[in-house]
Design a protein around this ligand. Sequence first.
Ligand code: CUA
Length: 381
Amino acid sequence: MPMTPWLRRAAIPLAGPLLLAGCDFAGLQSTLDPAGPIAQAQLDLFMWSYWLSWIVIVAVFGVLAYVLLRFRRRASDPDRIPSQFHGSTKLEIGLTIIPVVIVILVAVPTVRTIWETEVRVVPEEGDVIVNVTGYQWWWRFEYPEHGVVTANEMHIPVDRRVIVNLESADVLHAFWVPRLAGKRDLIPNQNNQLWFSADETGEYYGQCAELCLGAHAYMKFRVHVVEDERFDAWVDAFEAPSALPASDDPRVQRGRDLFATKGCSTCHTIQDYRGEVPVGSSDFPNLTNFGLRTSLAAGVVDNTQENLETWLRDPQIFKPGNYMPKVWREDDPDADEEIAAVAAYLLSLGSDAEELAFASGGTDDVQAFRAAATGGDDGDR
Ligand code: CUA
């Protein structure tokens, strides 16, 4: 059935709200679903401006509708011209004061929120500091107080202030975890700072919000907000990776050897159960305790054996444009077996660490953790 002309005309303004209705306000990256005080303050400011805009819209269109109806041309008196009020002093003053009041109503809360949330802060006792470096197209997270270096997944304790120092190793990036805080740029040679806290535990999705070429859209990351004890357990797992039990799976042992001989360790650093720090470079993702990560390729896919094998076979499949080379030739007869072994080794790294440390009381006491992790046997592995 063809649309009647009025229906077609009405469909255009209706389409906008209907399309908006398709948005998920409680999505994983929704600023409308804040989980921390900074994001909440930013949302409150947004909603204040939003409802203020509605008052303006209703007033303007209300007056317009009234004028159009009240002074419309009437068949009974087609030549009538409504009385003119050009030069009315009262109206001129009114139309000057009202916008000034509106600007003040927007500006005062905006400036106040900026001062409350955006100023540079000095770290205090109890704050968690994370040095974040952006690379094309992944994230380096360093915890200077704990000596932890990891990539693409940040762990932070709930209800604690987190101060992130932002730097870039190459081009501009922007750090953005929509449910926790507004975005901030990472600029080479400029230390930017952002601080926030989370008031609910959970997994939060982050995204680079500054076009950084190539795989920009795939430059994601995750923030795991956990209870204090779990955070301590996570840190412990990094402080003593050599305390973690080695898997007895021969495939894992083979994967470890391949990691060195296939050239993986030229770029990637791993501290594992043997405690060695293979050469690696800090300019590539540090894979220590890789098995603790829930995602792969900077938040692009879940960290599973199958996905990891696909990633190792051809890193361009999940993340076109990234700089990870293809290590195995397609006609390499050993490729399947070797890739499976390296994936198994990587997934074994730290896989039970958090639970082990948590079960041991989750303290900073590395010795206690080591004893728990090795079942009291601290001998050579
Ligand atoms: Cu980094 Cu976009």
